[in-house]
Ligand binder design. Structure first.
Ligand SMILES: Cc1cc2nc3c(=O)[nH]c(=O)nc-3n(C[C@H](O)[C@H](O)[C@H](O)COP(=O)(O)O)c2cc1C
Length: 347
């Protein structure tokens, strides 16, 4: 059942468009710097993260594994991540923890990228012993723990019991040999939820906001009848700004509908340390080609470099000092949520 679901998720992710909620990133306006005093070649995209050096602060986010039919997808995604010098997270390893024969479609990611950033992925209820096996399966540099309550509720065969996740996440943080990233899969993390996680010792949060791949829509396509509305969730821009403002000290991965270098630069300027993209890059690989995916990653990096120059930011951390304006419904959301937007517009 789980194995065939993996293939259906890919099939419908390819067929469906992003949304229906917008990410809100178009509400964010970066302030152009007419006198950047930089040459294009001065701009430095490199970041050091999870004890790995990346050519750019980008991550191919968790997609798949756990079915022999997806081994080739993971091989090519990992090869592209290696070629472009970006990180990669594997999809949920739960199935392979129960049936070790499925481990090969995950292990291939490390084989293709021996020195790169590889991130393991488990659910929030997985035991510390199994989480350790997931880390070992891909020799991971970090462990994603995914939160997907809305998706489970939308699935006819999904979980209905979520109590105990916090206690388990605290145990995972305590026992994991690598840093734990708590990650939403497309419905966003609120500032309050992020604070609770931070209180448990979580130092990395992937806000996985709404506006991109939508697992409620995917489940509805699988002909499950569910009361979860397709416009559920916190749009990525609002989630990212909330968590940045309410959780100082937390490291943030921005994801959920980010599609362009401008989306990435806006997210890094608001407060993210890394940008994760899943749906778009999966579509390019499967609907176009591996070569197109590598070209996309290269042109994405060129786009980041160009926009950083236009903002006068020589390095990725310097983006955190450039001013930006948050207008529209994201600005209104933040105002009503008590988040002072002057921290970005007047810095
Ligand atoms: C086909 C597919 C399968 C996915 N499977 C997982 C998964 O197993 N674990 C997980 O944490 N996220 C999974 N995701 C969610 C992505 O990592 C990401 O959080 C989400 O798609 C939003 O990003 P996007 O809009 O760039 O696609 C999956 C996404 C896709 C498209």
């Amino acid at each position: 059942m789980r194995q065939s679901r993996k293939l259906e998720h890919i099939k419908y992710a390819l067929e469906l468009a992003d949304g229906p909620l917008p990410t809100g990133l178009s509400d964010i306006r970066l302030v152009h710097n007419a006198i950047p005093e930089l040459n294009l070649e001065d701009v430095e995209l490199h970041v050091q993260v999870f004890e790995r050096s990346l050519e750019a602060p980008l991550l191919i986010n968790a997609i798949t594994g756990g079915n022999p039919g997806v081994l080739e997808i993971n091989r090519l995604l990992a090869r592209a991540a290696c070629a472009a010098g970006v990180g990669m997270a594997v999809g949920s390893q739960t199935g392979a923890l129960l049936d070790p024969e499925l481990a090969g479609s995950f292990a291939v990611v490390r084989q293709e990228n021996p020195a790169g950033l590889v991130i393991a992925n488990v659910g929030a209820m997985v035991s510390p012993a199994l989480a350790l096996q997931a880390v070992e399966m891909v020799e991971a540099n970090a462990l994603q723990v995914h939160l997907n309550v809305a998706q489970e509720l939308a699935m006819a065969e999904g979980d209905r019991e979520f109590r105990g996740a916090l206690e388990n996440i605290a145990k995972l943080v305590e026992t994991s040999p690598v840093p734990v990233i708590v990650k939403e899969v497309g419905f966003g993390v609120s500032g309050e939820a992020a604070k609770v996680l931070q209180g448990l010792g979580v130092t990395w949060i992937d806000i996985g906001g709404a506006g991109g791949t939508n697992f409620v829509s995917i489940e509805h396509r699988r002909k499950t009848v569910s009361p979860v509305p397709e416009d559920w969730g916190i749009p990525s821009a609002a989630s990212l700004a909330e968590v940045t403002a309410m959780c100082p000290g937390c490291n943030i991965i921005a994801s959920g509908g980010l599609r362009t270098p401008q989306d990435a630069v806006k997210s890094l300027a608001i407060g993210a340390s890394l940008v994760g993209i899943a749906g778009l890059w999966l579509k390019i690989l499967l609907q176009q080609s591996y070569t197109d995916l590598v070209a996309e990653l290269d042109s994405f990096k060129a786009g980041l470099r160009c926009l950083m120059l236009l903002l006068g930011a020589r390095t990725v951390p310097e983006l955190r000092r450039v001013p930006l304006v948050i207008a529209g419904s994201t600005g209104e959301w933040l105002r009503q949520r008590g988040v002072e937007t002057g921290q970005w517009s007047r810095r």
